[in-house]
Design a protein around this ligand. Structure first.
Ligand SMILES: CC(C)(COP(=O)(O)OP(=O)(O)OC[C@H]1O[C@@H](n2cnc3c(N)ncnc32)[C@H](O)[C@@H]1OP(=O)(O)O)[C@@H](O)C(=O)NCCC(=O)NCCS
Length: 150
């Protein structure tokens, strides 16, 4: 991977993407969890930027004609430079190649950046899970979004 290029992830990226996840979410996924996912045949992952020190990554899971974005994360210091959009484009392309026709995801209703990214990437709201995520002492809803792949 070179700067702003997106490339498939391999098992050796498990620890580094766990580190990115930890920079971006309150409940980080561990290196071993990432390694398990990167080895799973149904899971596709892409990283952006330097191979040894990626700026961000995305993981998706495909099953037949349906797929799901499991997570996407871009390091805070390099956000709003198009990396998130490039990662989604790579995952969508991979999903299409594998025969996926419908891609789903869940996003917290207060996640303005992610909602903007998804909705301008042609994901549409299909449902709502009430009080789905913990946020401090409270909860926030999750929107279920879908993108039909043509
Ligand atoms: C969501 C996330 C992946 C976006 O990554 P990114 O590299 O900053 O995204 P991009 O630069 O490709 O931006 C895509 C669009 O979102 C917009 N955007 C990004 N951050 C934004 C913000 N904080 N507020 C409003 N819009 C924002 C960009 O302006 C761009 O829109 P435009 O093309 O219309 O200008 C990143 O913010 C992140 O890692 N957040 C923490 C983890 C997370 O919430 N993941 C999603 C879980 S569902």
């Amino acid at each position: 991977m070179t700067a702003n290029i997106v490339a498939p992830l391999q098992a050796r990226h498990a620890e580094i993407i766990a580190g990115i996840h930890g920079e971006c979410f309150d409940r980080p996924w561990s290196g071993p969890e990432m390694a398990r996912m990167l080895c799973a045949p149904a899971i596709s992952g892409f990283g952006a930027g330097d191979d040894a020190y990626p700026d961000g990554f995305i993981l998706g899971q495909f099953s037949g004609e349906e797929g799901e974005i499991l997570t996407i994360a871009v390091r805070p210091r390099v956000r709003q430079r198009g990396i998130g959009r490039a990662l989604i484009a790579a995952l969508i392309e991979s999903a299409r190649e594998k025969g996926v026709r419908s891609l789903f995801l869940e996003v917290a209703s207060d996640n303005v950046a992610a909602l903007h990214l998804y909705e301008t990437s042609f994901f549409v709201r299909k449902g709502l899970r009430k009080a789905y995520y913990s946020r401090g002492p409270g909860q926030v809803d999750a929107h279920i979004l879908e993108r039909i792949l043509t």
